[in-house]
Write a protein of this length. Structure first.
Ligand SMILES: Cc1ncc(COP(=O)(O)OP(=O)(O)O)c(N)n1
Ligand SMILES: Cc1ncsc1CCOP(=O)(O)O
Ligand SMILES: [Mg+2]
Length: 546
């Protein structure tokens, strides 16, 4: 398979509905009543411009319960803005209790479906699920040799989550010998990885690494061993291996019975992201985040009476807590220059919150927090909504201080809370996994709790004395060092930091310390953009030195 290159046309924000409209314009709009000439329906003016639609072909089995298989694949691709065609390899009778029956589709007819789609429809990525016989695996390999695609994602479905066998030993050999060498990524769970390697036992992360390495030797370009079934683990940890580096991808373990179809969905999301132009690691990260969010938003849904229910792939259509536009993985490097607003200071200098935020971004702030202690709720919300627009158009995350309600209503990227605010785990419950949560911590115990509660970063201070926050003990460099050394989360230093001392903070070179958060050094000044720019260059110089 060729390596996946982002097609330039797809690097722009992808709007599937617009793409669909351009490819399949409706010729005329039929009026219900005879309109006046001015209102007469016009032929839609459609630019004669080919608009590619990222295309995934899933080659998998049908799940009558629609939680997994072809049905999950189509929903996952649709949710991520990719078109999904489907070649059905088997029809299963299945529900939330288990698999009651399997009918494999004859090999020749699988071949015919493959020919129909691949010869005509410009498929970008092929994703495989249940391949019930060695013959079907061979037919697929032949078709892929004849009609090459940009990437092949192989989810080696062998046993359903309910424990039912979905493909036999001869299929296993053909997988290993013929399909894996063609794959860009193979995504076994622990049971499948164990089966592929002759029933070895996989009990630890180190076992998962060894398994990833052994599967890599069978020929795929990348391997993802999924640890969702790993006993006694609080996180959902997957191991990614690209032949050079092992990367542990950690996610929240969502407590829910609705996990049927997570494997199919993850692989389909990887395929959709690759079809949209993502690199492999980025595709895997985005896919993992999507599954985590979907499980979170579906955790209380009830369909069926069995032990494993389906989840809602299209949760973003109905959840007010989650909008796809704000789904991004938190990048700890964003903490580099954290601008925290103060309504009193901005009023004093005669500027609005919006103008203050624009100026901080212009000067190079990498993340913004609205800390509006004296602003009325209505005014705060309006400002927050405007700042969300400003920040999103610049790719700078926007957090709200203390007010989870304002963050939800404005669809901000997250919330920062302190030790006397709402506990971080409650904030996580309300915001879901896609949002950023910061917690103020002065001790290692508080830092440990913030990590357990599902926070993304901690703010540690006051490092120096400050008049911006009353009754706030000063920790000094030693206090900051103690917290940074203990923290499992990235840290941003705060309190009395300005152009005169910011360099000395970064030059400490403390582990986990990612940047500084400042209020008065930016906002209690005449020109916010200038102050931000000069603080940024001081930080950059200090980082080069340390
Ligand atoms: C980045 C960052 N760190 C610490 C704080 C302080 O939060 P908190 O302790 O809740 O105090 P208030 O800001 O609410 O007065 C922060 N806001 N940001
Ligand atoms: C909010 C906060 N939390 C700890 S110190 C502080 C105030 C920081 O303000 P300044 O940057 O003006 O010292
Ligand atoms: Mg607070």
């Amino acid at each position: 398979m060729a390596s996946v290159q982002p097609p330039p046309a797809l690097l722009a924000p992808h709007r599937p509905s617009t793409a669909a409209a351009l490819r399949f314009p409706s010729p005329t709009v039929s009026p219900r009543v005879s309109p006046s000439p001015a209102a007469r329906p016009r032929r839609l003016a459609v630019a004669a411009r080919a608009m590619p639609w990222p295309h995934v072909l899933t080659v998998a089995g049908s799940d009558s319960g629609a939680g997994a298989g072809i049905q999950a694949d189509i929903k996952a691709c649709a949710a991520l803005g990719a078109y999904c065609s489907s070649v059905i390899t088997a029809v299963t009778a299945q529900n939330t209790v288990g698999v009651q029956g399997v009918h494999a589709v004859p090999e020749e007819f699988v071949g015919e479906q493959l020919r129909s789609v691949l010869s005509d429809m410009s498929v970008d990525v092929v994703k495989t699920g249940m391949l019930p016989s060695a013959g079907i695996v061979k037919v697929l390999c032949e078709s892929l040799r004849k009609f090459p695609v940009k990437a092949l994602v192989v989810d080696p479905v062998m046993v359903s989550t309910s424990g039912d066998t979905l493909s036999g030993p001869s299929t296993l050999t053909t997988y290993r010998d013929e399909l894996f060498p063609m794959a860009d990524i193979v995504t076994p769970n622990i049971k499948e990885a164990s089966k592929l390697l002759g029933d070895v036992s996989l009990l630890t992360i180190s076992d998962m690494r060894s398994a990833a390495e052994s599967i890599f030797k069978l020929g795929p370009k990348n391997v993802l061993v999924k640890g969702g079934d790993m006993p006694d683990s609080t996180d959902a940890i997957d191991v990614f291996f690209d032949g050079k580096e092992f990367i542990e991808l950690r996610g929240l373990r969502i407590k829910t019975r609705n996990t049927h179809g997570t494997g199919c969905t993850l692989a389909s999301c990887i395929a959709a992201e690759l079809a949209k132009g993502a690199t492999m690691l980025r595709a895997v990260e985005a896919a993992k985040k999507f599954v985590e969010s979907a499980l979170y938003h579906s955790k209380d849904l009830v369909i069926g009476n069995g032990p494993q229910g389906p989840f809602d792939h299209l949760f973003s259509l109905k959840s007010p807590l989650y909008k796809m536009g704000s789904l991004h993985k938190f990048n700890p490097d964003d903490l580099f220059l954290y601008a925290v607003t103060d309504s009193g200071m901005n009023k004093k200098w005669g500027r609005s919150i919006e103008d203050a935020v624009k100026a901080a971004i212009e000067g190079g702030a990498t993340i913004v927090q609205l800390r509006e202690k004296d602003t009325e709720t209505r005014e705060f919300l309006e400002a927050a909504k405007a700042c969300v627009e400003i920040c999103r158009s610049s790719g700078v995350p926007l957090l709200i201080n203390d007010r989870v309600d304002v963050a939800l209503a404005s669809n901000a990227d997250g919330v920062h809370v302190g030790q006397s605010d709402m506990p971080a785990w409650e904030v996580r419950e309300l915001l879901g996994p896609g949002k950023i949560i910061g917690v103020s911590c002065k001790t290692p115990a508080q830092a440990e709790q913030a990590w357990k509660d599902g926070a993304d970063y901690i703010g540690c201070g006051g490092v120096f004395p400050t008049t911006t926050k009353a009754n706030n003990p000063t920790l000094g460099f030693e206090g900051l060092r103690t917290v940074c050394l203990a923290s499992k989360l990235p840290v941003v230093a705060i309190g009395g930091i300005n152009a005169g001392n910011a360099g000395s903070v970064m030059e400490l070179g403390l582990p986990n310390l990612k940047g500084v958060a400042v209020v008065s050094a930016l906002f209690n000044q005449e020109c916010v953009a200038t102050e931000t720019r000069s603080l940024r260059s001081i930080l950059m110089n200090a980082c080069c030195r340390s």
